[in-house]
Ligand binder design. Structure first.
Ligand code: PGA
Length: 254
């Protein structure tokens, strides 16, 4: 059985100050919740602060939103795996569609980062997903397969099972327009089929695949009860402590 993993992608939101009142509410709400993995992914500037607040909290883990593939050097504005790990973060989101479309991220750079994340003991959350134009042109499977093979090239079975995937249809991100549970399940099942081809069925069966794109308390149960959906990557709704806690509780109760 795959343990579900629910992550909050705060994107470019939340100062340290703002994170304090959020955490006051959120940590109280989820204090007893041990049935799902919970990950908070703040912007870099709040990572250290949130890390300190999570010091004695066992059931909430920390992640970063991006990182560079080099260990260090002349890369102005970039952050390395070791810098993230030093703050006790365990996860890093890679290849989010906003980074792919707005900041020139490619399958190749995501692949380099994914390998370096594993070397640096960070679990990557690798994002893939089609645009609306691609869906309308019936290219969903083709796009997902290309992103999967490109982003995960060269990973062995162990690294694959420690990678979390996030299927995020670009048209559903921040739009209030969620994939139907059937659309999401079909994409997730396809992703698992490609993973099995890339490695083997037993490995593919262990990989956790999150759904992302306008997840909110109202649509959590129907999405999270699909057989191949193993959690959620939540943007907008994760900025409201009670809503994010509710998504976690609804998923844990399934
Ligand atoms: P959303 O974002 O929940 O606001 O749609 C999801 C994401 O981009 O990870």
């Amino acid at each position: 059985m795959r343990r579900k993993i629910i992550a909050a992608n705060w994107k470019m939101n939340m100062t340290q100050n703002e994170s304090d009142s959020y955490l006051d509410t959120f940590l109280r709400e989820v204090a007893e919740e041990k049935r799902v993995d919970i990950v908070l992914v703040p912007p870099f500037t709040a990572l250290s602060h949130v890390s300190q607040r999570l010091n004695n909290v066992q059931n909430v883990k920390l992640g970063a939103q991006n990182m560079h593939w080099e260990k260090g050097g002349a890369f102005t504005g970039e952050i390395s795996a070791a810098m993230i790990r030093e703050l006790f973060a365990r996860y890093v989101i890679l290849g989010h569609s906003e980074r792919r479309t707005l900041f020139g991220e490619t399958d190749e750079t995501v692949n380099r980062k994914t390998k370096v994340a594993h070397e640096g003991s960070l679990k990557p959350i690798v994002c893939i997903g089609e645009t609306l134009t691609e869906r309308d042109a019936n290219q969903v499977e083709q796009v997902l397969e290309k992103q999967l093979r490109g982003s995960l090239a060269g990973l062995d079975a162990k690294a694959l099972t420690e990678t979390v995937l996030a299927y995020e249809p670009v048209w559903a991100i921040g739009t209030g327009r969620t994939a139907t549970p059937e659309q999401a399940q079909a994409a997730h099942a396809f992703i698992r089929k490609v993973l099995a081809e890339m490695s083997d069925a037993a490995t593919a069966d262990k990989v956790r695949i999150q759904y992302g794109g306008s997840v909110k308390p109202g649509n959590t149960a129907e999405l999270m009860s699909q057989p191949d959906i193993d959690g959620a990557l939540v943007g907008g709704a994760s900025l409201v402590a009670r809503d994010f806690a509710e998504i976690i509780k609804l998923t844990a109760a399934l």
